[in-house]
Design a protein around this ligand. Structure first.
Ligand code: MN
Length: 276
């Protein structure tokens, strides 16, 4: 089974994090055929890797599939985020057919233009306190790893996946205020630059919405993430934008995660595969 799109936007994959859904992403990339892929930041989590090296084979697999797609003619644009900010000085560089860029402008089939950016520059928490966000990243990594362990257990007894951090986030009012503020600031910036909307990531909240802003219709699109879920924003071949739940897409295609690999993830240090 193949998934055909015009464009695929992926953000917040967080390769290196224990909770990263690399198996699902590798399976998705294996089946994807498209003209262009935007990697919208936080693809490799260097904050987590710096503290604790974790690079299972599935994480390599994601990189390998991306390089293979690039080799076969898919245009791939890597826009770094805050967790892979060490790539930012390399904008303009091409690595195995993958081009690094600070931001991009995507042209829809109807002529409308979207700003493509990770979005952390518009996040006041990250800008003002690097320490707070580093602690947050550490706690988040552990929470997600624990969540993954719980889900492996739930799967064994036939229960559905359940997300801790999503249920926590939904309960915290300040998180909601933070999210809507982030969206507003980013949209206002895109509109001021004369664009018709924005595609971003960063806050791990997938969304696709046309909104009113000063009498104009502008698009807010967030690709979501590959930690709490497996989501992607795609532009269909007819130009329609759509948020997809890759878990569902893969299970409809008959794909299943390898159950052997999941429970061992928690605290496994022997799972070293040195990147070539
Ligand atoms: Mn980010």
């Amino acid at each position: 089974m193949r998934f055909h799109y015009r464009t695929v936007f992926l953000s917040d994959v967080h390769l290196g994090m224990r909770g990263c859904r690399a198996d699902e992403l590798a399976a998705f990339l294996k089946r994807v055929r498209c003209e262009r892929i935007y990697l919208v930041g936080d693809i490799v989590d260097m904050w987590v890797l710096r503290q604790r090296w974790n690079w299972p084979a599935s994480h390599n697999q994601v990189i390998r599939r991306l390089l293979k797609l690039a080799r076969r003619g898919t245009q791939i644009i890597y826009i770094p985020g805050n967790h892979d900010e060490s790539l930012r000085p390399y904008r303009g560089l091409e690595l195995g057919g993958i081009v690094v860029a600070a931001q991009a402008e995507h042209l829809l089939t109807d002529g409308r233009r979207l700003l493509v950016t990770h979005g952390d520059e518009y996040d006041l928490v990250v800008q003002n306190s690097r320490l707070v966000s580093l602690i947050g990243a550490w706690a988040y990594d552990h929470l997600v790893a624990l969540n993954r362990f719980v889900n492996a257990a739930r799967r064994l007894v036939g229960l559905r996946r359940w997300s801790f951090s999503q249920s926590i986030k939904k309960r915290v009012k300040s998180a909601c205020t933070f999210i809507s503020r982030f969206e507003e600031v980013l949209l206002a910036h895109a509109a001021r630059s004369g664009l018709d909307g924005v595609v971003c990531g960063h806050i791990h909240e997938p969304r696709l919405e046309w909104r009113e802003l000063e009498g104009r219709r502008v698009l807010y699109a967030n690709c979501g993430d590959w930690v709490e879920r497996a989501s992607a924003l795609v532009e269909q071949e007819d130009g329609q934008l759509e948020l997809i739940d890759v878990d569902r897409l893969l299970s409809d295609a008959g794909w299943e995660p390898d159950p052997k690999e999941v429970p061992e993830e928690l605290g496994s240090d022997e799972d070293f595969t040195v990147a070539a």
